[in-house]
Design a protein around this ligand. Structure first.
Ligand code: PEP
Length: 251
């Protein structure tokens, strides 16, 4: 089943109003690659301005609360993200799983909240270096995925990001062989969970993706795009990754 590549930038806690010009440059340049779905997940403070500035280029958030509203100081609901112009949201990023102690059950609830409102949800999973070195990466990440996957809801707008924690922001990337093994194992779990619909869900790789390694990563079976941190901050770094996805074509 052909899957259109998806390349999304995660700006993390970077970006203020003066960076809207960079977002505009990325959005404009991405229009040269209509066979790739691309977008940027920006800080909450930039969301509405960015979405307004570059519509219809997809702008997303980096987290969402499971509830629609209520006494949750500092949090944003799906309704609020949609109101601000968001088209997508990242859930379960390892930086949040670690720093905010988000559990798989919490991540599942967030994914369900996002999908329920019609957002494209990018659900992140990935193993620590200790787990990788102990030879337990595939089984661990499969368990994490099983426990985080949304249930009883349409998964048409669900994407998975496999992000080995030790590769995020470190300049280290998993080998194409390890990426292929993990993405194949995750595909099996998606099909086990959702049947044929599991074949359509895009599995992104994340972890120090750059222009220099993107083509090699996109050539791996079951790699349907990338979640990109540091290299998404500048159009001159990010757009070549979108171009590499365009050259790789559908998976
Ligand atoms: C990320 O934060 O999701 C990420 C993959 O970061 P980087 O590309 O900087 O490793």
């Amino acid at each position: 089943m052909p899957r259109t590549k998806l390349v999304v930038g995660n700006w993390k806690m970077h970006g203020v109003g003066s960076d809207l010009a960079e977002i505009r440059a990325i959005a404009d340049a991405s229009s040269a690659y209509p066979n790739v779905d691309s977008g940027l997940c920006v800080p909450a403070t930039l969301l509405e301005r960015a979405a307004r500035e570059v519509a219809p280029f997809p702008i997303g958030a980096q987290d969402v609360h499971r509830a629609a509203q209520g006494a949750h100081t500092g949090c944003s609901s799906t309704t609020m993200l949609l109101d601000a112009g968001a088209a997508m949201v990242i859930v379960g990023h390892s930086e949040r799983r670690e720093a905010q102690r988000e559990t798989d059950a919490e991540v599942r609830a967030k994914a369900q909240a996002g999908l329920g409102g019609g957002l494209l949800v990018i659900l992140c999973v990935g193993e620590s270096l200790e787990v990788r070195e102990a030879g337990d990466a595939v089984a661990t990440v499969q368990r994490q995925l099983d426990a985080s996957l949304p249930r009883d809801i349409s998964v048409d707008k669900l994407a998975i990001a496999y992000e080995p924690i030790w590769a995020i922001g470190t300049g280290r990337t998993a080998t194409p062989q390890d990426i292929g093994e993990m993405h194949g194992a995750l595909r099996q779990r998606l099909v086990a969970a959702y049947g044929a619909a599991g074949q359509s869900i895009r599995i992104l790789y994340g972890g120090s993706v750059k222009a220099q390694n993107a083509a090699e990563i996109f050539a791996v079976a079951d790699v349907d795009g990338a979640l990109v941190g540091g290299a998404s901050l500048k159009s001159e770094d990010f757009v070549p990754i979108i171009a590499a996805a365009a050259a790789a074509g559908e998976g």
